[in-house]
Design a protein around this ligand. Structure first.
Ligand SMILES: [Zn+2]
Length: 88
């Protein structure tokens, strides 16, 4: 859970990072070039209320973060209940 293509979550966070994580829900960690990427990407530590902390890069044009575990659970729920997706 702690390791991903973006590496492992740092043990020590600065006060600023702790605050951002608590207030905004994500904080910048570092730039890195994951395998399969042509250039370096900004990596953020993101807080999910369901699954805890994970490392992710901003997605899409608006730079939002998607928790992969939440996404998978949503897809599983939809397929189980055969519910029409409600995408905002
Ligand atoms: Zn989640």
């Amino acid at each position: 859970m702690c390791n991903s293509k973006f590496g492992s979550i740092p043990n020590k966070l600065s006060i600023k990072q702790h605050l951002e994580l608590a207030l905004v829900g994500f904080t910048f960690i570092r730039y890195m070039k994951p395998e399969g990427y042509s250039s370096a990407v900004p990596v953020y530590l993101v807080r999910c209320s369901q699954h805890g902390r994970y490392l992710e890069k901003p997605s899409g044009y608006t730079g939002y973060f998607v928790c992969t575990s939440c996404l998978e659970e949503t897809q599983i729920l939809r397929s189980r209940k055969n519910v029409m997706p409600h995408l905002s």
